[in-house]
Design a protein around this ligand. Structure first.
Ligand SMILES: Nc1ncnc2c1ncn2[C@@H]1O[C@H](COP(=O)(O)OP(=O)(O)O)[C@@H](O)[C@H]1O
Ligand SMILES: [Mg+2]
Length: 316
């Protein structure tokens, strides 16, 4: 791995597709990104924002129009890292008439594995994916969740240091999605780097150490979830017996004010403002029920970021 501890480094990575005779379509524009070893990185963005293009560039499946990059310390596309990465494509195209054993054996032989070594590895992976009981069932009879787990098993056959997963939880039910998240966290616990692409913000929020947000082929934001979501924290203050004068005075100066069943709920984003309101409520003889601090959701952040990029026209 690279001496500075990055599993992935790119600089100005750009992909312009040719379409038709003279047409072009920007797939990715000027991507500069570092992904630290041993972390889960999530590349987020709406459909068509360039996530799969980024993956394909990093895997060396397509070539950049301009820009450079390194994967596990080797230049993009070099064969040196390809045996050390695993890949779950978006909507895995399986030979679905095979069962799990047959499918994994097939892929194992592509990696040059055979005999006892391959069988042992397949047993381990089926066990890890909780699929031992279904190993003789044809893939086409699997649920989407089971098929995705076999897809991950396939991606892990060669015990890769870096795993690329394209939309791993898309189309899964809540239990399937949770199992997939557990598998991903487990990969990190084994010291692997996981690079995920997804448009499912809630899934990513629970999973990623760091995220990048792509929009129209451009990286519009990058950082740890703490860094990105800390910016606009939210404070929710709940009180009873608030004098109407104070309630009216607060109205309009706070982000949100609601009243239900005798309780007033006030939301603000600034800590000083929250403190001031608590003081005012107490001074006015109101009964303070709660003052809760909670950071904004990734979904809120995403929509705000995209909106500010597009001048109000944000569509997640
Ligand atoms: N092979 C291709 N030829 C032409 N345009 C493409 C090709 N692949 C992707 N694109 C275009 O590049 C953009 C990014 O696509 P993609 O990387 O697949 O996005 P995502 O994975 O985020 O949905 C889209 O506008 C898409 O239509
Ligand atoms: Mg995609």
């Amino acid at each position: 791995m690279s001496a500075i501890g990055f599993a992935i480094e790119t600089e100005g990575l750009t992909k312009v597709y040719r379409t038709g005779l003279r047409g072009t379509q920007v797939g990715l524009e000027d991507l500069t990104l570092n992904v630290r070893e041993g972390t889960i990185f999530g590349l987020l963005g709406p459909n068509g924002s360039g996530k799969t293009t980024t993956l394909n560039l990093l895997l060396g499946l397509i070539f950049p129009t301009s820009g450079t990059g390194k994967v596990l310390g080797h230049p993009l596309g070099s064969s040196e890292y390809k045996t050390r990465v695993g890949f779950l494509p978006d909507g895995s195209y399986f030979y679905d008439h095979l069962n799990a054993d047959e499918l994994l054996s097939f892929y194992g032989t592509l990696f040059g594995m055979s005999g006892k070594e391959l069988h042992k590895r397949i047993d381990e992976l089926l066990d890890m994916m909780d699929m031992v009981a279904r190993r003789k069932t044809r893939i086409r009879e699997y649920s989407k969740g089971m098929a995705q787990r076999i897809g991950v098993a396939q991606a892990l056959l060669n015990d890769p240091d870096l795993v690329f997963l394209d939309e791993p939880t898309t189309g899964l039910d809540p239990i399937g999605a949770k199992q997939m998240r557990d598998v991903i966290v487990n990969l990190r616990a084994q010291g692997k780097t996981v690079f995920l692409c997804s448009h499912l913000l809630k899934e990513m929020e629970a999973l990623c150490d760091e995220i990048g947000i792509l929009h129209n082929g451009r990286l519009i934001s990058q950082g740890t979830l703490d860094e990105l979501l800390h910016e606009a924290e939210k404070y929710t203050i709940t009180a009873r017996n608030v004098p109407p004068e104070l309630r009216d005075a607060l109205q309009g100066t706070v982000e949100q004010l609601t009243e239900a069943e005798g309780e007033l709920e006030v939301r603000v984003t600034q800590q000083q403002q929250a403190t001031k309101i608590v003081e005012e409520l107490t001074a006015a003889g109101a009964e303070l029920v709660a003052c809760v601090q909670g950071r904004r959701s990734l979904e809120d952040y995403f929509i705000e970021t995209v909106r500010s990029e597009t001048g109000g026209e944000g569509r997640p």
